[in-house]
Design a protein around this ligand. Structure first.
Ligand SMILES: Cc1cc2nc3c(=O)[nH]c(=O)nc-3n(C[C@H](O)[C@H](O)[C@H](O)COP(=O)(O)O)c2cc1C
Length: 321
Protein backbone atom coordinates (compact mmCIF):
# COMPACT_ATOMS: atom_id res chain seq x y z
CA UNK A 1 0.00 0.00 0.00
CA UNK A 2 1.22 3.45 -0.85
CA UNK A 3 0.50 6.67 1.09
CA UNK A 4 2.19 9.45 -0.87
CA UNK A 5 5.85 8.36 -1.11
CA UNK A 6 5.58 5.90 1.79
CA UNK A 7 5.37 2.24 0.81
CA UNK A 8 3.65 0.23 3.52
CA UNK A 9 4.23 -3.51 3.64
CA UNK A 10 0.92 -4.93 4.82
CA UNK A 11 -2.50 -3.41 5.40
CA UNK A 12 -2.75 -3.05 9.16
CA UNK A 13 -2.68 0.04 11.32
CA UNK A 14 -2.70 0.19 15.11
CA UNK A 15 -5.27 2.89 16.00
CA UNK A 16 -4.32 5.99 17.96
CA UNK A 17 -5.40 5.19 21.52
CA UNK A 18 -5.00 7.94 24.14
CA UNK A 19 -3.43 6.52 27.28
CA UNK A 20 -2.66 3.23 25.54
CA UNK A 21 -0.66 3.61 22.32
CA UNK A 22 2.40 4.94 24.14
CA UNK A 23 5.93 4.05 23.04
CA UNK A 24 6.18 0.70 24.93
CA UNK A 25 2.83 -0.54 23.60
CA UNK A 26 3.62 0.58 20.05
CA UNK A 27 6.99 -1.21 20.20
CA UNK A 28 5.24 -4.37 21.35
CA UNK A 29 2.58 -4.26 18.63
CA UNK A 30 5.26 -3.47 16.04
CA UNK A 31 7.42 -6.36 17.28
CA UNK A 32 4.36 -8.62 16.95
CA UNK A 33 4.23 -7.59 13.27
CA UNK A 34 1.77 -4.70 12.72
CA UNK A 35 2.40 -2.66 9.54
CA UNK A 36 1.96 0.87 10.94
CA UNK A 37 1.59 2.01 14.54
CA UNK A 38 0.00 5.33 15.58
CA UNK A 39 0.78 7.59 18.51
CA UNK A 40 -1.75 8.78 21.04
CA UNK A 41 -3.39 12.06 20.02
CA UNK A 42 -1.09 14.97 20.69
CA UNK A 43 -2.26 18.51 21.38
CA UNK A 44 -1.01 21.06 18.84
CA UNK A 45 -1.55 23.75 21.51
CA UNK A 46 0.53 21.68 23.92
CA UNK A 47 3.38 21.70 21.40
CA UNK A 48 2.83 25.43 20.82
CA UNK A 49 3.14 26.14 24.56
CA UNK A 50 6.04 23.71 25.06
CA UNK A 51 4.09 21.57 27.53
CA UNK A 52 6.38 18.96 29.04
CA UNK A 53 3.61 16.34 29.17
CA UNK A 54 2.81 16.86 25.50
CA UNK A 55 6.45 16.75 24.41
CA UNK A 56 6.95 13.51 26.37
CA UNK A 57 4.33 11.88 24.13
CA UNK A 58 6.61 12.55 21.18
CA UNK A 59 9.27 10.07 22.31
CA UNK A 60 9.96 7.49 19.63
CA UNK A 61 12.44 4.78 18.64
CA UNK A 62 13.45 3.79 15.15
CA UNK A 63 12.31 0.18 15.72
CA UNK A 64 8.67 1.32 15.60
CA UNK A 65 8.87 2.85 12.13
CA UNK A 66 6.77 3.54 10.17
CA UNK A 67 5.10 5.64 12.88
CA UNK A 68 2.03 7.79 12.36
CA UNK A 69 1.85 10.74 14.75
CA UNK A 70 -1.62 12.16 15.38
CA UNK A 71 -2.23 15.78 16.34
CA UNK A 72 -5.43 17.55 17.35
CA UNK A 73 -6.39 21.19 17.53
CA UNK A 74 -8.90 23.74 16.31
CA UNK A 75 -6.91 26.57 14.77
CA UNK A 76 -4.71 26.74 11.69
CA UNK A 77 -1.78 28.52 13.33
CA UNK A 78 -1.09 26.08 16.16
CA UNK A 79 -1.83 23.08 13.91
CA UNK A 80 0.68 24.27 11.32
CA UNK A 81 3.27 24.95 14.05
CA UNK A 82 2.62 21.52 15.56
CA UNK A 83 2.98 19.89 12.14
CA UNK A 84 6.25 21.70 11.47
CA UNK A 85 7.58 20.76 14.91
CA UNK A 86 6.81 17.07 14.33
CA UNK A 87 8.26 17.25 10.83
CA UNK A 88 11.53 18.61 12.26
CA UNK A 89 11.69 15.91 14.95
CA UNK A 90 12.00 13.35 12.12
CA UNK A 91 10.08 10.70 14.05
CA UNK A 92 6.94 10.56 11.90
CA UNK A 93 6.49 8.64 8.66
CA UNK A 94 2.88 9.89 8.58
CA UNK A 95 1.20 12.91 10.16
CA UNK A 96 -2.45 12.26 11.06
CA UNK A 97 -5.06 14.82 12.05
CA UNK A 98 -7.79 13.97 14.53
CA UNK A 99 -11.35 14.69 13.33
CA UNK A 100 -12.90 12.03 15.53
CA UNK A 101 -12.36 12.72 19.21
CA UNK A 102 -15.71 13.41 20.86
CA UNK A 103 -14.41 13.96 24.39
CA UNK A 104 -15.92 17.21 25.81
CA UNK A 105 -12.55 18.79 26.60
CA UNK A 106 -11.46 18.43 22.96
CA UNK A 107 -14.79 19.34 21.32
CA UNK A 108 -15.06 22.47 23.51
CA UNK A 109 -11.86 23.84 21.97
CA UNK A 110 -13.30 23.30 18.49
CA UNK A 111 -11.03 20.29 17.81
CA UNK A 112 -11.60 16.60 17.06
CA UNK A 113 -15.08 15.81 15.79
CA UNK A 114 -16.14 19.48 16.26
CA UNK A 115 -14.22 20.19 13.05
CA UNK A 116 -16.57 17.94 11.09
CA UNK A 117 -19.21 20.72 11.32
CA UNK A 118 -16.72 23.34 10.10
CA UNK A 119 -15.81 22.85 6.44
CA UNK A 120 -14.22 26.31 6.03
CA UNK A 121 -12.10 25.99 9.15
CA UNK A 122 -11.16 22.46 8.10
CA UNK A 123 -9.97 23.81 4.78
CA UNK A 124 -7.89 26.49 6.51
CA UNK A 125 -6.34 23.99 8.93
CA UNK A 126 -5.53 21.40 6.29
CA UNK A 127 -4.10 23.98 3.90
CA UNK A 128 -1.89 25.41 6.66
CA UNK A 129 -0.71 21.95 7.73
CA UNK A 130 -0.11 20.92 4.12
CA UNK A 131 2.05 23.98 3.64
CA UNK A 132 3.97 23.30 6.86
CA UNK A 133 5.07 19.76 5.99
CA UNK A 134 5.47 17.44 3.04
CA UNK A 135 5.08 14.35 5.24
CA UNK A 136 2.43 11.85 4.11
CA UNK A 137 -0.71 13.38 5.63
CA UNK A 138 -3.87 11.56 6.75
CA UNK A 139 -7.12 12.55 8.48
CA UNK A 140 -9.09 10.30 10.84
CA UNK A 141 -12.83 10.95 10.62
CA UNK A 142 -16.01 9.79 12.28
CA UNK A 143 -19.21 9.62 10.22
CA UNK A 144 -20.09 13.10 11.53
CA UNK A 145 -22.89 14.40 13.73
CA UNK A 146 -25.66 12.27 12.20
CA UNK A 147 -25.88 8.81 10.72
CA UNK A 148 -25.94 9.87 7.05
CA UNK A 149 -22.18 10.18 6.70
CA UNK A 150 -22.61 13.35 4.62
CA UNK A 151 -20.25 15.35 6.81
CA UNK A 152 -17.57 12.69 6.46
CA UNK A 153 -17.94 12.67 2.67
CA UNK A 154 -17.68 16.44 2.58
CA UNK A 155 -14.67 16.68 4.91
CA UNK A 156 -12.91 13.84 3.06
CA UNK A 157 -13.39 15.66 -0.24
CA UNK A 158 -12.00 18.87 1.24
CA UNK A 159 -9.07 16.89 2.64
CA UNK A 160 -8.31 15.36 -0.75
CA UNK A 161 -8.49 18.79 -2.41
CA UNK A 162 -6.09 20.19 0.21
CA UNK A 163 -3.49 17.53 -0.61
CA UNK A 164 -4.21 15.02 2.16
CA UNK A 165 -2.85 11.61 1.15
CA UNK A 166 -5.25 9.12 2.80
CA UNK A 167 -8.42 9.07 4.89
CA UNK A 168 -9.20 6.87 7.88
CA UNK A 169 -12.86 6.40 8.72
CA UNK A 170 -14.40 5.23 12.00
CA UNK A 171 -18.06 5.25 10.98
CA UNK A 172 -19.76 6.12 14.24
CA UNK A 173 -21.34 9.51 14.91
CA UNK A 174 -20.02 12.05 17.39
CA UNK A 175 -22.86 11.18 19.76
CA UNK A 176 -22.28 7.44 19.58
CA UNK A 177 -18.90 7.42 21.29
CA UNK A 178 -18.15 3.71 21.05
CA UNK A 179 -21.76 2.55 21.36
CA UNK A 180 -23.77 0.74 18.70
CA UNK A 181 -22.13 -0.71 15.60
CA UNK A 182 -19.71 0.99 13.23
CA UNK A 183 -21.60 1.44 9.93
CA UNK A 184 -19.23 -0.14 7.41
CA UNK A 185 -21.58 0.87 4.53
CA UNK A 186 -20.30 4.40 4.99
CA UNK A 187 -16.74 3.18 4.40
CA UNK A 188 -17.89 1.62 1.08
CA UNK A 189 -19.56 4.88 0.07
CA UNK A 190 -16.51 6.91 1.00
CA UNK A 191 -14.18 4.56 -0.86
CA UNK A 192 -16.24 4.99 -4.04
CA UNK A 193 -15.85 8.76 -3.97
CA UNK A 194 -12.13 9.00 -3.10
CA UNK A 195 -9.04 8.89 -5.30
CA UNK A 196 -6.71 8.60 -2.28
CA UNK A 197 -6.52 5.45 -0.09
CA UNK A 198 -9.24 4.82 2.49
CA UNK A 199 -8.48 2.95 5.70
CA UNK A 200 -11.45 1.40 7.50
CA UNK A 201 -11.77 1.34 11.27
CA UNK A 202 -14.34 0.19 13.80
CA UNK A 203 -15.34 -3.15 15.32
CA UNK A 204 -12.56 -5.29 13.89
CA UNK A 205 -12.30 -7.92 16.60
CA UNK A 206 -10.84 -10.80 14.63
CA UNK A 207 -8.87 -11.68 11.52
CA UNK A 208 -12.14 -12.64 9.83
CA UNK A 209 -13.68 -9.25 10.66
CA UNK A 210 -10.77 -7.54 8.91
CA UNK A 211 -11.19 -9.77 5.85
CA UNK A 212 -14.90 -8.95 5.77
CA UNK A 213 -14.32 -5.22 6.05
CA UNK A 214 -11.77 -5.21 3.24
CA UNK A 215 -13.98 -7.32 1.01
CA UNK A 216 -17.29 -5.63 1.70
CA UNK A 217 -16.07 -2.02 1.59
CA UNK A 218 -13.15 -2.16 -0.86
CA UNK A 219 -11.05 -0.16 1.61
CA UNK A 220 -7.27 -0.19 1.20
CA UNK A 221 -6.24 -0.92 4.77
CA UNK A 222 -7.67 -1.67 8.20
CA UNK A 223 -7.11 0.02 11.55
CA UNK A 224 -7.47 -1.94 14.77
CA UNK A 225 -8.04 -0.29 18.16
CA UNK A 226 -9.61 -1.99 21.15
CA UNK A 227 -9.02 -5.54 19.94
CA UNK A 228 -5.26 -4.89 19.82
CA UNK A 229 -5.38 -3.91 23.49
CA UNK A 230 -6.47 -7.51 24.17
CA UNK A 231 -4.47 -9.21 21.42
CA UNK A 232 -1.40 -7.27 20.25
CA UNK A 233 -0.78 -10.03 17.68
CA UNK A 234 -4.05 -9.36 15.86
CA UNK A 235 -2.72 -6.87 13.25
CA UNK A 236 0.08 -9.27 12.25
CA UNK A 237 -2.36 -12.19 12.12
CA UNK A 238 -4.53 -10.11 9.79
CA UNK A 239 -1.56 -9.36 7.54
CA UNK A 240 -0.58 -13.06 7.50
CA UNK A 241 -4.11 -14.03 6.56
CA UNK A 242 -4.30 -11.48 3.77
CA UNK A 243 -0.95 -12.54 2.38
CA UNK A 244 -1.16 -16.32 2.70
CA UNK A 245 -4.83 -17.17 3.33
CA UNK A 246 -4.07 -18.52 6.80
CA UNK A 247 -2.72 -17.42 10.17
CA UNK A 248 -1.71 -18.95 13.47
CA UNK A 249 -3.33 -17.95 16.73
CA UNK A 250 -0.78 -16.84 19.30
CA UNK A 251 0.26 -19.50 21.78
CA UNK A 252 0.04 -18.95 25.53
CA UNK A 253 3.85 -18.96 25.53
CA UNK A 254 3.91 -16.02 23.10
CA UNK A 255 1.29 -14.13 25.09
CA UNK A 256 3.21 -14.51 28.34
CA UNK A 257 6.47 -13.42 26.68
CA UNK A 258 4.65 -10.38 25.28
CA UNK A 259 3.40 -9.56 28.79
CA UNK A 260 6.93 -9.79 30.20
CA UNK A 261 8.29 -7.68 27.39
CA UNK A 262 5.62 -4.99 27.89
CA UNK A 263 6.29 -4.98 31.64
CA UNK A 264 10.00 -4.36 31.13
CA UNK A 265 9.40 -1.63 28.56
CA UNK A 266 6.77 0.09 30.74
CA UNK A 267 9.05 0.10 33.78
CA UNK A 268 11.98 1.47 31.75
CA UNK A 269 9.79 4.13 30.17
CA UNK A 270 7.46 5.28 32.97
CA UNK A 271 9.47 4.19 36.06
CA UNK A 272 8.36 1.41 38.33
CA UNK A 273 5.49 2.79 40.43
CA UNK A 274 3.38 4.45 37.69
CA UNK A 275 4.21 1.60 35.30
CA UNK A 276 2.90 -1.00 37.75
CA UNK A 277 -0.32 0.94 38.30
CA UNK A 278 -0.99 1.07 34.56
CA UNK A 279 0.01 -2.55 33.98
CA UNK A 280 -2.55 -3.81 36.52
CA UNK A 281 -5.33 -3.41 33.98
CA UNK A 282 -3.36 -3.67 30.75
CA UNK A 283 -1.80 -7.08 31.44
CA UNK A 284 -5.12 -8.47 32.63
CA UNK A 285 -6.66 -7.69 29.23
CA UNK A 286 -4.13 -10.00 27.54
CA UNK A 287 -5.29 -13.07 29.48
CA UNK A 288 -9.02 -12.35 29.36
CA UNK A 289 -9.78 -15.57 27.49
CA UNK A 290 -7.65 -17.87 29.66
CA UNK A 291 -9.00 -20.05 32.47
CA UNK A 292 -8.20 -18.54 35.87
CA UNK A 293 -7.93 -15.02 34.48
CA UNK A 294 -10.08 -13.48 37.22
CA UNK A 295 -7.74 -14.74 39.96
CA UNK A 296 -4.81 -13.32 37.98
CA UNK A 297 -6.60 -9.98 37.60
CA UNK A 298 -7.34 -9.88 41.33
CA UNK A 299 -3.69 -10.50 42.21
CA UNK A 300 -2.56 -7.94 39.63
CA UNK A 301 -4.77 -5.29 41.21
CA UNK A 302 -2.36 -4.81 44.12
CA UNK A 303 1.08 -5.35 42.56
CA UNK A 304 3.69 -2.65 43.05
CA UNK A 305 6.92 -3.92 41.52
CA UNK A 306 8.27 -5.34 38.31
CA UNK A 307 9.53 -8.45 40.11
CA UNK A 308 6.07 -9.12 41.54
CA UNK A 309 4.59 -8.91 38.05
CA UNK A 310 7.18 -11.23 36.52
CA UNK A 311 6.56 -13.72 39.36
CA UNK A 312 2.80 -13.49 38.90
CA UNK A 313 3.09 -14.11 35.16
CA UNK A 314 5.28 -17.18 35.82
CA UNK A 315 2.86 -18.50 38.43
CA UNK A 316 -0.12 -18.07 36.09
CA UNK A 317 1.75 -19.64 33.18
CA UNK A 318 2.67 -22.68 35.28
CA UNK A 319 -0.92 -23.00 36.49
CA UNK A 320 -2.38 -23.29 33.00
CA UNK A 321 0.33 -25.50 31.45
C1 LIG B 1 -8.99 4.12 25.04
C2 LIG B 1 -9.20 4.73 23.69
C3 LIG B 1 -8.47 5.84 23.30
C4 LIG B 1 -8.65 6.41 22.04
N1 LIG B 1 -7.86 7.47 21.68
C5 LIG B 1 -7.95 7.97 20.42
C6 LIG B 1 -7.08 9.00 19.96
O1 LIG B 1 -6.18 9.45 20.70
N2 LIG B 1 -7.25 9.45 18.69
C7 LIG B 1 -8.21 8.96 17.85
O2 LIG B 1 -8.31 9.39 16.70
N3 LIG B 1 -9.04 7.97 18.25
C8 LIG B 1 -8.92 7.47 19.49
N4 LIG B 1 -9.71 6.42 19.87
C9 LIG B 1 -10.61 5.80 18.87
C10 LIG B 1 -9.88 4.64 18.18
O3 LIG B 1 -8.74 5.09 17.49
C11 LIG B 1 -10.80 3.90 17.20
O4 LIG B 1 -11.24 4.80 16.23
C12 LIG B 1 -12.02 3.29 17.90
O5 LIG B 1 -11.65 2.62 19.09
C13 LIG B 1 -12.76 2.32 16.95
O6 LIG B 1 -11.93 1.26 16.57
P1 LIG B 1 -12.02 -0.20 17.28
O7 LIG B 1 -13.43 -0.67 17.17
O8 LIG B 1 -11.03 -1.04 16.52
O9 LIG B 1 -11.63 0.01 18.72
C14 LIG B 1 -9.59 5.87 21.14
C15 LIG B 1 -10.34 4.76 21.54
C16 LIG B 1 -10.16 4.19 22.78
C17 LIG B 1 -10.97 2.98 23.17
Amino acid sequence: MQIKNLTIHGKTFLAPLAGISNLPFRLLVKKCGCSVVCSEMISAKGIFYNSKNTLNLLTSQKEEQPLSVQIFGGDPESMAKGAKFIHNLKIASILDINFGCSVKKVVKQGAGVALMKEPELTKAILSAVREATNLPLTVKLRSGWDHSGEQAFQIAQIAQNCGVDAVIMHPRTAGQGFKGRADWNLISKLKKQMAIPVIGNGDINSVEDAGRMLESTGCDGVMVGRAAMINPFLPSQIDDFLETGSYESSSNYEIFRAMESLTKMYVDYFEEEPACKMLRSRLSWFVKAMPGCSAFRKKMSSINSKNQIIELIKEFETSIN
